[in-house]
Design a protein around this ligand. Sequence first.
Ligand code: IMO
Ligand code: MG
Length: 421
Amino acid sequence: MVDVILGLQWGDEGKGKIVDYFAPRYDIIARFQGGPNAGHTLYVNDQKIVLHQIPSGIFHENTINLIGNGVVLDPVTLKKECESVKSFGIDFRRNLYIAQRTHIILPTHRALDKASEISKGNEKIGSTLKGIGPSYMDKTGRNGLRVGDLMDKNFTTQYIRLRLKHQKLLDGLHFQEDVSAWEEEFFEALDFMRQFKIVAGEYFINEKIGQGKKVLAEGAQGSMLDVDFGTFPFVTSSNTISAGVCTGLGVAPQQIRDVIGVTKAYCTRVGSGPFPTELNDETGDRLRKAGSEFGATTGRPRRCGWIDLVALRYACMINGVSNLVMTKADVLDDFEKLEVCGKYRIDGKETSEIPFQMLQHVIEPVLTPFKGWRSDITGVSSYGGLPAAMKAYTSFIDSSQTVKDSYSSNGPGRNQVTENL
Ligand code: IMO
Ligand code: MG
């Protein structure tokens, strides 16, 4: 049996904390897509840690963590992250596994990402520049190197061949930086990676499922950044939606049970692209400040706005969300007035659907006002203790979806979660 946790917006919904919260109920936590563009923030013993590549179950001693084949893996980031996890007393060698079909991000992939963004000028995606797009291009273009290739004696030859190809592309884009400076730590990190448990992920996971073990698939990014269904071309390069679990881990669709969708109580986006409920005003600044909305991976200020139910309904439909989790509700504690977007108005007509090309239209959000609760909810431990105004806000959002249960998170800590009744 496999349950999934994934983001329903443009990433940064608080997935890491929610995975950490649910982790004790599962035997295996598996990442199925994305790479170090993800930044999953957890608090362990009140200390903050940001994970980019390692699944968020790493702090639970008896949990197996698997980096699935659908991920693109940067050895340098992985090595650094393992070292920081070790400083928390975690022996990552014991419970971290890597699928051999996982593609490796090369230093030249990072360079190509940068060169491609520069060449786009004002139309740039706002990529995290971690080499995600170029390494997925090499995967679908049938050129990439995989973790299992590390054991091949011809690895270096294969590497050099690909690197030369990349160099030609970089020259064509007039990219000047010397990439060879990055290669030393890359090769060191490859040696480090050879010590891991590198497994045939698809057999590994299906064998565990056969033994009755419970798997939680951890998504990165969000549904609106999905390469097929997101706000293309302002998206990432993988399938962030629940369908990505099957290809990213090698499990059959019948194995998937619950899809736990995570949304913030408001909305943020980092990087370029459409964002209909964005607030370019004092309220937006207030949300950014109250929610510490600065990128966990790049440190960039996040764009902020009200929650968007058109996008949320769309994401719930595509993912088949069965459980809805609303995070960072406490960020709204001091707001006198809140607003929720239920529809878009485009060329004078109201619609509940995401248009094909959002940037070609002026999209006006149709907003419903709500009273703020004006109280501190961070210490509330049960649904009954939540203020009435917050219950009204949450039930409006829940009732716009067809989910079987829902939760709210009211602070960064592991236990600050209430189940809504
Ligand atoms: P988590 O897992 C928020 C955004 C980038 C950019 C676009 C493409 O922490 O939610 P890429 O690096 O993939 O080429 O960037 O996607 N993006 C994210 N935004 N959270 C993330 O991950 C993101 N990963 C990528 O800002 O707009
Ligand atoms: Mg993040």
